[in-house]
Design a protein around this ligand. Structure first.
Ligand code: AGP
Length: 595
């Protein structure tokens, strides 16, 4: 939710670095984009719309300066507009500020500042920050202290960065919003997420909540709330900058769908050994789980969590799954024996972080299942297991869902001690089977027939039920068309009333629930709806469906993972034919850092 970038260096390439970073961050919000570059004065440019709109609005001559900040916005306070775009400045344009998060006390700050004569130009909560800094400068306070004093008055969540007229240093602070610093050879960086500066450096410092940093061409100094210097570790990120590009695909989403075999191999590497008939996850070596397991997650990650909870239950562990935004550790029994698992690709989702913090407070053991090293979930939970999918830029989660499902299969095996040689073999063979689905899929042709449908329904039972929900989420997210997913048995309890000749039904027919799902297909067919069966038994199921999307058999737990890939492709091709903004669907953002 909003992306921030900053750079200060010895070469005069600030504008280029900021624009590259903004393009890499656009998945976090695309309502507006802006930048500020400090020189003798402050050059501030901002525009409603995507980064390309900002690019067109920039002067022909590259802006001079050695320090700059940039921002892509996902609107919270005030609609998308040039005025509400960041950076925001004080009345005298001595300081420019970008911010990701929500300042909860902005209304009272704004009233106080307005009473003191400050004029606001936007509806944003952020604009209070440069005015607070401006007040302190007015009183003769030096820039760094003015920044700290302003941040001290903020309540809420923030990753905030400020540049001052005539200064090469960028001042930053973080509380409950992501912020990572980059250590380069010719300069230093800050961003909401590593891919924004990965092209320039892979050495990073993860700022903690409550910390401040002074980022200058000569170095980075991190301090605590009292101003004492903090010793920080420099980590190396093992993501390839290539991973963050489109590699010739029209969209990140399609590229990421095709990266799934590789993502799976990475997730399973050194964890699943066919030779030793063993599943081991090094990160979980010290995790003890004697009591019930609760999963908390949102959106696609919630669907993965539903799949994971079912796996645990089948392996004899009591497991429940909660939407993180509905989780309340006070009304849900949590004890020090409970393991609460936050499934979150970004590791920053506010709802999931809120639930994990509640669980922590209630004394539960917490585990983050995440893709992002150093994310809030990874740092705040007692344990972390990485899904190792690599950077995912498309707002619609694809490869991270598959990697979450694979990682949850491993987690279930580790917690229950169930290591069947069959499962190990099936896991090892999964990437190849997924590649087969990608190579042979007829989803593009099938979807062409249903572009004009009124609505799309997805049904499945057992492990296929969460996949049906995910299929519908993907469809609505990127096509903007109505789509619903149901546990197949539920159809007859109401949704069947919606089924017509204009509503294709995608039925997931695999595993030992297939026979019952075929019964549901017949109910749908009797109402005239076209049925597209996604199945590993085409000969048997084909006679009941108008179309078949075939998947190889990979066992009862893993075949649904393959079936999901066909649904991803169907959504993608429907969206492509409708010419939708596939990587940046309207109103959405990759990382949802507001409640
Ligand atoms: C799915 O395509 C969406 N991007 C969204 O539902 C997402 O899964 C959800 O916001 C949770 O994000 P997280 O995994 O980063 O916590």
């Amino acid at each position: 939710m909003c992306g921030i970038i900053g750079y200060t260096g010895t070469e005069n390439d600030v504008q280029e670095v900021l624009m590259t970073g903004l393009s890499g961050l656009e998945y976090r919000g695309y309502d507006s984009a802006g930048l500020a570059i400090a020189n003798g004065s402050l050059a501030v440019h901002k525009r409603e719309g995507e980064v390309s709109a900002l690019e067109n609005a920039l002067p022909e001559m590259t802006l001079d300066g050695l320090a700059g900040i940039g921002h892509t916005r996902w609107s919270t306070h005030g609609p998308p507009s040039d005025e509400n775009a960041h950076p925001h400045t004080d009345c005298e344009s001595r300081v420019a500020v970008v911010h990701n998060g929500i300042i909860e006390n902005y209304q009272s700050l704004r009233e106080d500042l307005t009473a003191d004569g400050h004029e606001f130009n936007s509806d944003t909560d952020t604009e209070a920050i440069p005015h607070l800094i401006g007040s302190a400068l007015e009183a003769g306070v030096a820039p760094e202290q003015a920044f700290r004093q302003a941040v001290d008055r903020l309540e809420g969540s923030y990753a905030v960065a400020a540049v001052f007229q005539g200064e090469e240093t960028i001042y930053v602070a973080r509380n409950e919003s992501p912020l990572v610093l980059g250590v380069g050879d010719d300069g230093h960086y800050l961003a909401s997420d590593v891919p924004a500066f990965l092209e320039y450096t892979d050495r990073v410092i993860y700022l903690e909540d409550g910390q401040f940093a002074r980022v200058s061409p000569s170095g980075i100094i991190v301090t605590d709330e009292q101003g004492a210097v903090v010793d920080t570790a420099i980590d190396t990120v093992d993501w390839d900058p290539e991973d963050a590009g489109k590699s010739g695909y029209d969209h990140y989403m399609l590229k990421e769908i095709h990266e799934q075999p590789t993502a799976l191999r990475k997730c399973l590497r050194e964890r699943v050994s066919e030779l030793e008939h063993e599943i081991t996850v090094e990160e979980l070596a010290t995790l003890e789980c004697s009591g019930p397991v609760q999963f908390v997650a949102c959106g696609t990650s919630y669907h993965a969590a539903l799949y994971g909870a079912r796996l645990l239950r089948e392996n004899g562990i009591s497991a429940q799954c909660f939407l993180a935004s509905e989780y309340d550790a006070q009304s849900i029994p949590v004890s020090d024996e409970t393991l609460v698992v936050g499934v979150t690709q970004s590791g920053e989702t506010a709802d999931t972080m809120g639930a994990l913090r509640m669980a922590n407070q209630a004394g539960a053991t917490t585990l983050a299942l995440t893709n992002v090293v150093g994310s809030s979930a990874a740092r705040e939970c007692d344990h972390v297991m990485y899904i190792r999918a690599g950077p995912e830029i498309g707002v619609a989660a694809t490869k991270t869902f598959v990697s979450q499902q694979a990682a949850l299969t491993l987690l279930s095996s580790v917690l229950s001690g169930a290591e069947s040689p069959t499962l190990i073999k099936q896991l090892r063979g999964l990437p190849e089977k997924l590649q087969h689905v990608l190579d042979e899929s007829t989803a593009q042709e099938v979807s062409a027939e249903f572009v004009d449908a009124d609505a799309y329904f997805f049904i499945g039972r057992g492990y296929n039920a969460p996949v049906a929900l995910e299929g519908a989420l993907k469809m609505k997210e990127i096509t903007y068309k109505h789509a619903e997913g149901f546990a197949a048995g539920e159809l007859k309890h109401g949704p069947l009333a919606l089924v017509t000749e204009q509503t294709p039904v995608f039925a997931l027919v695999t595993g030992d629930t297939a026979a019952k799902t075929i019964g549901n297909i017949k109910e749908v067919e009797a109402r005239g709806a076209p049925v597209i069966a996604v199945t590993d038994r085409p000969a048997e199921v084909g006679q009941y469906a108008s179309h078949v999307l075939e998947v190889p058999t990979a066992g009862p737990y893993l075949t649904p993972i393959l079936a999901n890939v066909q649904l991803q492709l169907v959504s993608y091709w429907v969206a492509a034919q409708l010419d939708r903004s596939i990587d940046k669907p309207r109103n959405l953002a990759k990382s949802v850092t507001v409640d």
